[in-house]
Write a protein that binds this ligand. Structure first.
Ligand SMILES: Cc1cc2nc3c(=O)[nH]c(=O)nc-3n(C[C@H](O)[C@H](O)[C@H](O)COP(=O)(O)OP(=O)(O)OC[C@H]3O[C@@H](n4cnc5c(N)ncnc54)[C@H](O)[C@@H]3O)c2cc1C
Length: 427
């Protein structure tokens, strides 16, 4: 949105809580050292608001005292966060940011379905620091497994990597991990090559949104790469083992949780009408209809039931197109004099937002990927799997990386991995 807005129309203040990925698809690669964190983390843009502020929620004020240049002043309450929001970091600094137009795009949170122990013992794969944590844990376990006197049972536990959730993220991570084991661990940690294993646990079927032929390809490919696929539902997560619904106990050294997303506590705390699933409810123009001048896009928002539209998937392509649409809409509003607070109430907004799905891609490791260009699950269209798909996936990936700096880093990292193997230093 920042890139598409007209500079003279608006001043943009971005409040963002976390270090951002330049492309989310980078997550799996960062965990195993194919890409470095520097290559995938976005450089903070110039002119953004104070460091790492967290939105606490909007305040809608209409009292006389709050009038500002004869306009009603609306504020968001913020506080600074450091160190990923850990409680032992610096005292938060609270401040307000006034706005004429507010766009809430705070994303979603990993779903745990209330399963005991997930938050405490599993690692998610959503932010840059998650990838760094997975990497640290993986390399630590490889080192610990070499400690003299360690039992075979403990060694097997430490080196058992369990992934929960067979969606694109879980499958991509399992594929990258098995690639890492075959190409790097077998060579550099040869003493553990018979103990290290990857298990992917899924309650239904893996990659359920993909074409059935691609699903079968992915299943065969993962099994051939040494990934054990288990059909099961996790009931309980303990410090060193998970318990499935049928009572099976699965010991683990690394547990990665990737079972989809739901609304964050921040979104749940906002008293707006909600879309099905608890996201912020928006109308056809992405406005939050219950309050003036507030819009919401991306994973945190969904169509209100009254629009009669189906829910949008939690995908970057949805968020990106909504961002572009909203930038154009705000530009038009700005040009017609409705840019200030309360000035666009009776304006005609033109065409509503329409989402057209362009297809999905996922890599499964060892230079293979899936490309599904059907517009929906039921529609017909092109779908392919294998090396050509992997090439398309990587090319598309490079174009999605947000800056030339990151694009350059990513290309150099890929080349270095190809020539010298993955970086397995534990920093
Ligand atoms: C590992 C992984 C791989 C993915 N791969 C793909 C893919 O290949 N293709 C695809 O289309 N989609 C993919 N996705 C989904 C895609 O990343 C999301 O749909 C997209 O990022 C949503 O964008 P967003 O702007 O809504 O939210 P986000 O990108 O999540 O951004 C929201 C930001 O707001 C910040 N925030 C949250 N709360 C607050 C607060 N209170 N105050 C301030 N800031 C806050 C968050 O820290 C975050 O940085 C993937 C997701 C993951 C996790």
């Amino acid at each position: 949105m920042r890139r598409d807005k007209t500079p003279r129309s608006y001043d943009v203040a971005a409040c963002a809580e976390e270090q951002q990925w330049c492309s989310r698809a980078a997550g799996a690669s960062t965990c195993v050292g194919t890409l470095s964190s520097a290559a995938v983390a976005r450089k903070p843009s110039a002119g953004s608001s104070p460091p790492s502020p967290r939105l606490l929620g909007p305040t809608f004020l209409s009292c006389e005292m709050c009038r500002h240049r004869s306009r009603r002043l609306t504020l968001v309450n913020c506080e600074t966060v450091t160190d990923g929001g850990n409680s032992d970091s610096l005292e938060p600094w609270k401040f307000n940011v006034a706005y004429d137009k507010l766009i809430i795009a705070s994303g979603a949170e990993a779903s745990t379905f209330g399963i005991k122990g997930v938050k405490e013992h599993a690692t998610f794969l959503r932010e840059v620091h998650h990838a760094q944590e997975i990497r640290r844990r993986l390399l630590l376990n490889l080192m610990l497994s070499d400690v003299p006197g360690i039992s075979v049972e403990e060694k097997s536990r430490l080196l058992h990597c369990v992934v929960i959730g067979g969606g694109p993220t879980g499958v991509e991570f399992s594929g990258e991990l098995s690639d890492f084991i075959i190409n790097d661990v077998h060579e550099r940690y040869s003493h553990v090559k018979d103990h290290i294993r990857v298990t992917l646990i899924e309650a239904n079927e893996i990659l359920s949104s993909f074409d059935v032929r691609l699903r079968q390809y992915a299943t065969n490919h993962l099994i051939k790469s040494g990934v054990r696929l288990v059909h099961g539902v996790v009931k309980d997560v303990e410090p060193h083992k998970i318990v499935l619904n049928d009572g099976t106990e699965v010991p683990y050294g690394l547990l990665v949780w990737s079972t989809g997303v739901g609304p964050s506590p921040f979104i749940r705390s906002l008293e707006f009408p909600k879309a099905p699933g608890g996201r912020i409810g928006v109308d056809d123009w992405l406005r939050v209809p219950s309050v003036k001048d507030v819009f919401s896009i991306g994973d945190c928002s969904g169509y209100l039931e009254s629009t009669g539209k189906p829910p949008l998937p939690a995908l970057a392509q949805v968020a990106e197109r909504q961002g572009k649409y909203l930038a154009a809409l705000l530009n038009r509003i700005g040009k017609e004099g409705g840019g200030y607070a309360n000035q666009a109430a009776d304006m005609k907004l033109g065409e509503p937002f329409v989402y057209k799905h362009l297809g999905s891609m996922a890599t499964v490791g060892r230079y293979k990927a899936l490309v599904d260009l059907r517009q929906s699950k039921e529609a017909k269209g092109l779908s392919l799997a294998g090396f050509v798909s992997w090439f398309i996936w990587r090319s598309a990936y490079l174009t999605r990386v947000i800056s030339w700096r990151n694009r350059f880093y990513v290309a150099v990292n890929w080349l270095t991995t190809l020539l010298f193997g993955r970086d397995i230093t534990r920093i």
